[in-house]
Write a protein that binds this ligand. Structure first.
Ligand code: ATP
Ligand code: MG
Length: 367
């Protein structure tokens, strides 16, 4: 298969608890099981992505914090192999201090991009799990990524959040990262039968259809299908440090994420002139031969997060990381909601281009 550039996708939504981490982990794992090389980057100080994959960043030598703060750190030393074809750049709670510690560093928005270049050739898909805020960590993701994927619920208020996020992407694309696009929206915890969800999805479809040819970063964006149904197995899997495919391979959540990932890969290949239909089937057959054994070895080798009573255990930096934790604030610093971009700001009237209709239906109909 001809070499195509890596698809680098930042999973972003400034709203918390919408499914960013669940989507990053499970799309990543599904792509890896297709035999494609995947790197997941945990940019959230909550370290949920790392914990979801059973990786305890605090017991690992180096994490994404070191990569951002320590010029001596080598990118490959911060990466952990967790499954066949699936690597992770983990995080810890220390990362909360990075925003403050980098405040006076020149070109601080591009650090991750520069460091990633050391390993760029090794990966076909890079998925970044971002924190629920639009601070420096998210900005580093936006500078590295080629696209933003927005996990969200098909709810009325979520549309307003999307509208603001699109504006942010537009600002970044006007300065820091001109090649940044919006890949689309993943509907998480989707209630297929609800009338409200159907209305919101129709609204989103229409918005993206009308954006085609606009020249805006979301002109090729779409609602990615299938939507991910609400499925409790997806909420249970992280407590075992497992992906949904390890935990309940044929539950609705696994089926949805697998299908979504296959389309995610196929669309990228097609966009680069590769018809991956037959190739994908061959890859699946080939990789499934060895993947179980390799996964077993990788799981044994990876540092496993201590009892995954994650929600009950306060995460503390280890003693080995004492110098950093001394610098870390007692509480995670407030992360600015407005983005510190050194980019030209659009005139207010231009911002309307990203304004999704968020009027309630009855208002628009004049009822
Ligand atoms: N389709 C789903 N069905 C049921 N539960 C889900 C589904 N998707 C995610 N969850 C659960 O919802 C919660 C929030 O999901 P997740 O952690 O992925 O969101 P997030 O956007 O990454 O949150 P944060 O903003 O805090 O990083 C988690 O407990 C997760 O297990
Ligand atoms: Mg998360």
């Amino acid at each position: 298969m001809p070499r195509v550039p890596p698809r680098i996708s930042a999973f972003i939504n400034q709203k918390g608890g919408v499914g960013k981490t669940t989507t990053t982990v499970n799309i990543g794992a599904a792509i890896a099981s297709l035999g494609r090389k995947v790197l997941l980057i945990d940019l959230d100080p909550q370290a949920h992505l790392s914990l979801h994959l059973g990786v305890d960043g605090a017991s690992i030598g180096q994490t994404v914090y070191d990569l951002l703060l320590d010029p001596e750190a080598r990118t490959e030393d911060c990466i952990v192999k967790v499954r066949a074809n699936l690597d992770i750049l983990p995080s810890t709670v220390d990362l909360a201090a990075a925003e403050m510690e980098l405040a006076n560093t020149p070109d601080r928005n591009n650090i991750l991009k520069r460091r990633f270049d050391e390993v760029r050739d090794r990966y076909e898909f890079v998925l970044l799990d971002c924190p629920p805020s639009l601070g420096l960590l998210t900005l580093n993701a936006l500078c590295l990524a080629g696209e933003v994927i927005v996990p969200m619920q098909a709810h009325f208020l979520a549309m307003q959040g999307l509208s603001k996020l699109l504006e942010t992407v537009k600002l970044v694309s006007q300065g820091l990262n001109p090649s940044l696009k919006v890949g689309g929206v993943v509907l998480c915890m989707h209630e297929t039968l609800s009338t409200h969800s159907k209305e919101v999805v129709a609204e989103l479809d229409q918005f993206f259809e009308e954006s085609v040819g606009s020249g805006l970063p979301w002109e090729h964006a779409k609602v990615l299908r299938p939507a991910i149904r609400r499925n409790i197995k997806l909420a249970e899997a992280p407590s075992f440090g497992q992906t949904i495919f390890d935990y309940a391979e044929w539950c609705p959540g696994a089926i949805d994420y697998r299908t979504l990932a296959e389309r995610f890969v196929r669309d990228w290949d097609r966009a680069h002139g590769v018809d991956s239909g037959a190739a994908l089937a061959a890859e699946v057959a080939e990789s499934t031969k060895n993947i179980a054994a390799e996964n077993e070895r990788a799981t044994e080798a990876a540092p496993i997060a201590a009892p995954i009573a994650v929600g009950l255990t306060e995460q503390k930096p280890t003693s080995a990381k004492a110098p950093k934790s001394e610098r870390a604030p007692k509480h995670a610093p407030e992360v600015s909601a407005s983005i510190p971009i050194d980019a030209p700001r659009s005139a207010p009237h231009e911002l309307s281009s990203a304004t999704l209709s968020v009027e309630p239906k009855h208002v628009r109909r004049g009822v």
